[in-house]
Structure formats: structure tokens, C-alpha cells
Design a protein around this ligand. Structure first.
Ligand code: PEP
Length: 253
């Protein structure tokens, strides 16, 4: 069975004290994580080492950065490289979150370079895709998301795509309280898996964890995660609340 994942995207939130409380709180919940499941905490850069240290002996918990730069080192003031993240043992990096695409102008070409740099330094990318509201209203979301997948990932080989992680996040559902229905998530995520299967074959496509993101909460997680092509969630707002995120973890298949 491919991995079922509950990933927390804290975005630009939490003081150090709040970060400690949230991580300690999750540890104290003692949630049983099966070998087919994983919990990923994508915390702000200043708290990565704290998260690594606190979670080092906790089964099933991994740590992610929310971004990295497309070069390994040099005169790029304010950026953080995959080399640096590798040197502190970061497991995953979120690549191409819609906020990076929309606010910081990141495009598929650059994101494909970021994916490469992650692979070059032993860090697993979590590649995000998803359409804006207007594209959904025009009913061209399948073509739009296919292009994000093809332009960002299709240069990779089959072994790189095995056990890869993708997050489908319709932009109109992120932080808006407006969740896609479980059927809408399933429909798009089956489409994404088909696009991958056409290029890499069914066997590889079946190993890829495709997460849904967009206003996932304790109250809707089970219904969404229950769909066959939804392998968990990338959770923003609700991941900052201990009770909510704990319940979301417990909703994984
Ligand atoms: C996200 O940040 O990836 C996200 C899905 O946010 P929210 O859960 O708040 O919609």
C-alpha cells in the first residue's frame, strides 16, 4: 500500500514557544502511526532543527521545509538551499505551493529545477499543483493540472517517481473554508494518477501518494481521505490546532 500521509503546513505562523508547545503536544498525544502512514510537519525554517530534535525518536513523524532555492549555494541573499536542509537532516521539502506560485511568481520550469535539487541532495519533494477558481469555473482544471504535472515532473525517471508525493490543492479551497467535495478531490486525483500512469505505467503511478489540500479539518478529513485516490492531506490552518490536527492524523486510511 502506498503511504497515507498527514502533512502539516504551518506556513509563516508560530513563535518559538508556540512551535515547542505544538510539537510537544503532538508527541504527548501518542498517536499510533502504522508502517503505511506518515505524519510530516512543514515548519518555518527557524524551527526545523527543533522539530528534527524533538521528533528524532518518534515513529512515523518526519520534518519538511516549506521551500528551498533552485541553486546549491552562492549570492542569493535570503534563500535557503537543499544542501543546507540536507545537512540538518530535513526529510521533505514542499515545492510549488500555490502561495509560492501566486505571491512569489514561481513557475513550473523553476519548480522542476527545485525538484531536481531536492533529489540531488536526498530530500523528498512534495510537489503541489492545483487550479485557481477561474479555471475551475471554465471547467479546464484537468488540462491546467496536467500541465503543472508534466512541466514540473515529466523530466524525472521512473525510479524517481516511485513513492513520490504530490499534493493537489485547488487554490479556491486553500484557507477559504471552502473545501472541495470528496468526489471533486477523488475525480482530480484519479486524473492526476492517470496522467502519471500514461507516462510511467500503472505500477509506478500506484506507488505515488497524492494528498488533498484545501480547508481540510477534523470534521471533513475522514470523508475525503476515504476516497481511493486520496492518500491523506496537506493541511494548513487546522494543523496549527492540536486537537484538530490529531483528529486529522487519526482519519488516515
Ligand atoms: C495549505 O496551506 O496547503 C492549505 C491547504 O491550507 P488550508 O488547510 O488552511 O486551506
Amino acid at each position: 500500500m502506498r503511504k497515507q500521509i498527514a502533512a502539516a503546513n504551518w506556513k509563516m505562523n508560530c513563535t518559538l514557544q508556540q512551535a515547542k508547545e505544538l510539537i510537544d503536544g503532538l508527541i504527548n498525544e501518542n498517536i499510533r502511526i502504522s508502517p503505511d502512514q506518515e505524519v510530516i510537519l512543514a515548519v518555518p525554517f527557524p524551527y526545523l532543527m527543533l522539530a528534527k530534535e524533538k521528533l528524532k525518536n518518534i515513529n512515523g513523524f518526519k520534518v519538511a521545509a516549506q521551500n528551498c532555492y533552485s541553486q546549491t549555494s552562492g549570492a542569493f541573499t535570503g534563500e535557503v538551499s537543499a544542501v543546507m536542509l540536507q545537512s540538518i537532516g530535513v526529510d521533505y521539502v514542499i515545492i510549488g505551493h500555490s502561495e509560492r506560485r501566486e505571491i512569489f511568481g514561481e513557475q513550473n520550469k523553476m519548480l522542476s529545477e527545485k525538484v531536481n535539487i531536492c533529489f540531488g541532495h536526498g530530500i523528498k519533494p512534495i510537489y503541489c499543483c492545483g487550479e485557481p477558481l477561474q479555471i475551475r469555473e471554465n471547467e479546464t482544471q484537468n488540462e491546467f493540472v496536467s500541465a503543472q504535472i508534466k512541466e514540473g515532473l515529466f523530466h524525472l525517471n521512473s525510479s524517481q517517481l516511485e513513492n513520490f508525493v504530490i499534493a493537489y490543492e485547488p487554490i479556491w479551497a486553500i484557507g477559504t473554508g471552502k473545501t472541495a467535495t470528496a468526489d471533486q478531490a477523488q475525480e482530480m486525483q484519479a486524473h492526476i494518477r492517470n496522467v502519471l500512469a500514461e507516462k510511467y505505467g500503472n505500477e509506478v503511478a500506484e506507488t505515488i501518494s497524492i494528498l488533498y489540500g484545501g480547508s481540510v479539518k477534523a470534521g471533513n478529513a475522514k470523508g475525503i481521505f476515504g476516497k481511493p485516490d486520496v492518500d491523506g492531506g496537506l493541511v494548513g490552518g487546522a494543523s496549527l490546532n492540536l486537537a484538530e490536527f490529531s483528529a486529522i492524523i487519526k482519519s488516515l486510511k
